[in-house]
Design a protein around this ligand. Structure first.
Ligand SMILES: Nc1ncnc2c1ncn2[C@@H]1O[C@H](COP(=O)(O)OP(=O)(O)OP(=O)(O)O)[C@@H](O)[C@H]1O
Ligand SMILES: [Mg+2]
Length: 249
């Protein structure tokens, strides 16, 4: 007697559907997630414009429809105060870096994120922040003002970046030294680019001394919202272009 088997799995349509499902789910499961591009803004000198550059650059990058996370690694919380107004077009988190454990937490936290960019606003001290940034950054921006003391602090950061490259056996992190708060009417302001080139790293577009940056911070806005047609915004747009060129994006 012939037994009717109702085995649907052998039906050609079911087989094709099954293969398609396995292919799709397999693809989802095994597609590696692109890691975030990490940009650290770092110098051991206080007040050189790190937070101003980190916040405005993060917002400029977000303006090109890229997802951006701004991490405030400075216990002073400047970037967090800026974010607290609720006017910035980026997400941010306060993650101060004071010791090695904080550094390890940062490395793990960044690895778990899926934003296109993570911008770190680092504190002005060597140690956990610098080491963690050296470990994970694709690019370190080093803002430098025109004062003599700044150049000594910059040497320390550049040495640190070079040590990180040796440890990582890689060209990463790349480095862009950014003349910051520059007044071209002064001798120091006119000579800074040449001095910075002597470090043997790329020197980025200048962020000039502009009151609009201070006012934008006071208003809790980034410069592209506060003064979109201004020279200050132009400086940040130029910086974002130079950042992408450095990263070859
Ligand atoms: N390009 C600029 N033109 C004019 N003022 C600026 C500029 N960049 C920063 N400032 C002002 O200089 C001061 C210090 O800037 P900022 O907080 O960005 O520096 P920082 O390096 O992050 O300082 P800290 O080491 O304290 O974290 C702020 O009052 C800021 O508004
Ligand atoms: Mg700061």
């Amino acid at each position: 007697m012939e037994v009717e088997t109702n085995n649907m799995s052998s039906h050609p349509v079911t087989q094709i559907t099954g293969q398609l499902t396995r292919f799709l789910f397999g693809a989802v499961r095994y597609t590696p997630r692109d890691p975030a591009t990490v940009i650290a803004v770092m110098n051991l000198k206080g007040g050189c414009g790190k937070s101003t550059i980190a916040v405005n650059l993060a917002c400029e990058l977000a303006g090109n429809a890229d997802s951006v996370l701004l991490l405030d690694n400075d216990s002073q919380g400047t970037a967090s105060q800026w974010l607290a107004h609720g006017h910035l077009p980026v997400q941010g988190e306060f993650m101060p870096l004071e010791n090695d454990e904080d550094g390890e937490r940062l490395v793990r936290a960044v690895a778990a994120r899926n934003e296109r960019y993570v911008v770190l606003d680092a504190p002005a001290h060597v140690g956990a922040a610098a080491l963690a940034a050296g470990k994970i950054a694709d690019l370190v921006l080093v803002p430098v003002t025109a004062s003599g003391v700044d150049l000594a602090a910059t040497r320390t950061v550049v040495d640190l970046i070079r040590r990180a490259r040796v440890l990582r056996r890689s060209a990463a992190p790349k480095c862009l030294i950014v003349p910051s708060k520059i007044d071209r009417r002064t001798d120091a302001g006119r000579q800074i680019d040449e001095k910075l080139r002597s470090f043997g790293e790329n020197v980025g577009p200048t962020v000039h001394q502009r009151t609009a940056f201070v006012e934008a911070f006071g208003a809790g806005q980034w410069i592209g919202d506060y003064a979109p047609q201004s020279s200050a915004h132009y400086d940040i747009t130029s910086l974002a272009i130079a950042v992408k060129r450095s990263l070859r994006i």
